[in-house]
Design a protein around this ligand. Structure first.
Ligand SMILES: Cc1cc2nc3c(=O)[nH]c(=O)nc-3n(C[C@H](O)[C@H](O)[C@H](O)COP(=O)(O)OP(=O)(O)OC[C@H]3O[C@@H](n4cnc5c(N)ncnc54)[C@H](O)[C@@H]3O)c2cc1C
Length: 385
């Protein structure tokens, strides 16, 4: 059931092989047995419980170490065991990375240690009702007022909304400067004016919701980086984390492939196992080939970052777009091989089918990844980089 590091070992160090076995064992022992949450309130409670387990077990440490291959290994193992656990890990990375890259010592001392030990839950508040893929269209403002900033606006589709202890919030400080007028701030959830509006219910367990910032006054020291650096900080965060989204997709897909193999070898129709039929074999072959190709792209991108590449925009875009699309096809084929059992709500493959869909949308849709990839390609072709 658990992802095997051997096909991608060319991109791993010996320490990663050992780490992969340990995180897989943790995920099988402490995460996979957790019951599927019955509803959104139960998912919110379980997300907090998972964060505690990830933190106390030291599994959030690769985020602090910026060891991207280990982050991918964690997300593969969690994706296979519990997509909710994967989302908890992902948000901890999204919520802490802007602080690591842009914070003052005070902010780091207050939030980083707690976040990386699983004692404080992070959130990442960029998307707005009228600003999804087009981040620059954001309407939330941050107005300087002496030693403070005053934030006003609404954010939507925010993971951990309502349960996070703090949010990395993106807001416009100077509209005339376009993307160079966006700034990022750390907003503790208990700040007056920071309000959880409502939950948004996903088809798979994932705490999500809308947040409002209403005359929300925060000390200027809670700004991350300089004024106008928020967009760059956001993109740098996504550059580093997109390969890990691909890794989560690979974890979900390897679990689905494993379920499909179990079923195809056990289930008999027309007097023999499904696995003896060539049409089923062709599906299994495509699933395994796509999965291996996806994992190679994911670990190639993470390897580049771990080896000092300043930017991995192209590699990260390819890894996220290919792996999430491939995982969707693999999981769909697994459902088909399972037949009617594959669409029963409590079957792991049906849960994966519902969970993997969002990965093609969040942290930049597949279409946006293709714009990014072709943009880089054309730049290289024209000798502009
Ligand atoms: C489960 C989940 C969790 C999320 N968590 C967070 C979070 O924690 N924080 C956060 O800030 N956001 C979060 N998001 C929001 C996510 O980042 C956005 O949904 C995503 O960026 C797309 O924005 P949108 O939904 O407004 O779609 P839109 O931008 O409106 O896009 C709709 C469609 O149009 C396509 N499209 C848009 N522009 C172009 C173009 N130029 N060319 C071709 N096609 C285009 C898109 O690819 C997509 O298919 C989350 C979303 C989901 C589903």
């Amino acid at each position: 059931m658990l992802p095997d590091p051997r096909p991608v070992r060319a991109f791993l160090d010996p320490k990663h092989i050992d780490f992969a076995a340990r995180v897989a064992e943790f995920a099988a022992r402490e995460i996979a047995p957790l019951p599927a949450p019955a509803d959104d309130p139960a998912a919110r409670v379980q997300a907090k419980e998972i964060l505690t387990r990830l933190g106390s077990g030291g599994w959030l440490a690769p985020i602090g170490d910026q060891d991207w291959r280990s982050c991918c290994l964690v997300r593969e193992a969690l994706g296979a065991a519990s997509p909710l656990a994967d989302a908890v890990f992902a948000l901890q990375a999204l919520g802490t990375l802007p602080i690591m890259m842009g914070s003052t010592d005070d902010l780091a001392a207050r939030w980083l240690t707690a976040a990386l030990q699983g004692r404080a839950m992070g959130g990442f508040a960029m998307t707005e009702p009228e600003a999804g893929s087009d981040v620059a269209a954001m309407a939330t403002t941050a107005r300087r007022d002496g030693a403070f900033y005053v934030l006003d606006g609404v954010k939507t589709l925010i993971s951990n909304a309502g349960i996070a202890d703090y949010y990395a919030v993106y807001a416009v400080t100077d509209r005339s400067k376009g993307t160079k007028g966006i700034t990022c701030f750390v907003v503790p959830a208990d700040t007056p004016g920071c309000r959880f509006i409502r939950p948004l219910i996903l088809s798979s367990p994932h705490p999500l919701g809308d947040m409002a910032f209403e005359s929300c006054r925060i000390p200027a020291g809670q700004r991350l980086g300089a004024e106008g650096e928020g967009y760059r900080l956001g993109l740098a965060t996504l550059d580093r984390l997109r390969p890990t989204v691909g890794a989560a997709a690979c974890g979900m897909a390897s679990r689905a492939l494993s379920e499909a193999l179990d079923h195809a070898t056990a289930r008999k129709q027309f007097g023999k196992p499904l696995a003896d039929f060539q049409l089923v074999q062709e599906k299994l072959s495509r699933m395994a080939t796509d999965l291996t190709a996806a994992r190679l792209l994911v670990y190639r991108a993470a390897w580049e970052k771990d080896h000092g590449a300043e930017r991995i925009t192209l590699e990260a875009g390819m890894a996220k777009a290919f792996a999430t699309e491939a995982a969707q096809r693999i999981i769909d084929d697994a459902v088909q091989i399972l037949g009617g059992r594959g669409v029963l709500a409590d079957h792991p493959v049906d849960r994966l089918y519902r969970s993997v869909r969002a990965l093609r949308i969040y942290e930049g849709t597949t279409e946006i990844q293709h714009l990014v990839i072709s943009g880089q390609l054309l730049k290289q072709h024209r000798g502009e980089s």
